[in-house]
Design a protein around this ligand. Structure first.
Ligand SMILES: [Zn+2]
Length: 310
């Protein structure tokens, strides 16, 4: 599934390919991709004549911004865009085609058919599903340590599902959550609201760095992600834990383990990411460990040092 870096790469590519073009007509051959409006013919006719002004992104959603309209598109598992000359035959699984006045097409292909499109009058997109309840945007200046602390301090769930929840923070999927938690030396099952100040800072920095590097590299191509120009992303070459079960940790050499957290396959280094914390409620003073920890760490010492790679 594309995550924030892949969607950002598609956004940048689409910006180069379609901004400035005018939609002549639209053809929808799989109605269920179109979530709004209900009437597919209305979707097709409302878009006619509009100019593409910009391509934006909110979390993993692409925003195709036109004069007076915004199309919100989610690629889900396998969706992808491509720009073609109209004379080229459409490939199998092409479900939506935007025909431009210059003789080119923007084509949306989706083998799994899970992708969605919502069309809004400009300005309405953030007051409605699916963008309405989205959380912090990790690559924008508004994503400060303070904002991150505010959101995480209220969550009693494990940190991994808290980071995957798009209502708290957007754009992080299974791959980059595993990578960011590894960078920060935090176990994926650590309760979100018991992160120490030091851990919060490390995790905040790790999220920003992991995503920024991935965006620079053009996104990962774990499954079948291809950007709008058919280029595969390159970030898979620098994944440190995801998909490396049994291989040696790049920091300490311990074998990377795979487990399930919140229903998701999860990769981590048990030595670099020990599960140990001290409850903020001192009367209980809970501390826990998992097997596989190589370092013996006292519960009181959990606040500094544990999990720091060195
Ligand atoms: Zn390690």
């Amino acid at each position: 599934m594309p995550e924030l870096p892949e969607v950002e790469t598609v956004r940048r590519t689409l910006t180069e390919l379609i901004v400035g073009k005018q939609i002549e007509s639209v053809t929808v051959s799989l109605p269920r991709i179109i979530q709004r409006p209900d009437d597919i013919r209305r979707f097709e006719t409302e878009l006619m004549g509009h100019h593409i002004q910009a391509v934006g992104r909110r979390g993993k959603f692409l925003l195709i911004i036109m004069d007076g309209l915004v199309l919100v598109s989610h690629l889900r598992m396998e969706g992808r865009y491509g720009v073609y000359d109209r004379s080229e035959p459409a490939e199998k699984h092409t479900h939506v085609i935007f025909h431009f006045t210059d003789g080119t097409d923007l084509r949306y292909r989706d083998v799994r058919q899970f992708g969605t499109m919502h069309l809004f009058r400009a300005g309405d997109e953030f007051n409605n599903k699916p963008l309405m309840k989205l959380g912090l945007e990790p690559l924008e200046e508004s994503f400060t340590v303070e904002a991150f602390r505010e959101v995480m301090s209220k969550r009693t769930t494990k940190i991994k599902p808290a980071l995957l929840n798009q209502e708290y923070i957007v754009g992080l999927g299974n791959i980059y959550v595993d990578e960011a938690l590894f960078e920060a030396g935090i176990h994926p099952e650590h309760p979100a609201n018991t992160l120490t100040e030091d851990e919060l800072h490390r995790l905040h920095e790790a999220i920003v760095n992991t995503l920024a590097h991935a965006v620079e590299a053009g996104g990962s191509s774990i499954k079948s992600y291809v950007n709008g120009q058919g280029e595969m992303g390159m970030f898979q070459h620098s994944l440190k834990v995801y998909g490396r079960k049994g291989e040696s940790c790049v920091v300490c050499g311990y074998p990377i383990e795979k487990t399930v957290v919140g229903g998701r396959g999860t990769h981590f280094c048990p030595a670099c990411q020990p599960l140990i914390w001290t409850s903020h409620d001192k009367s209980k003073s809970i501390s826990r460990k998992i097997s596989g920890n190589r370092k013996k760490t006292s519960p009181r010492g959990a606040n500094d040092g544990s999990g720091v790679k060195g």
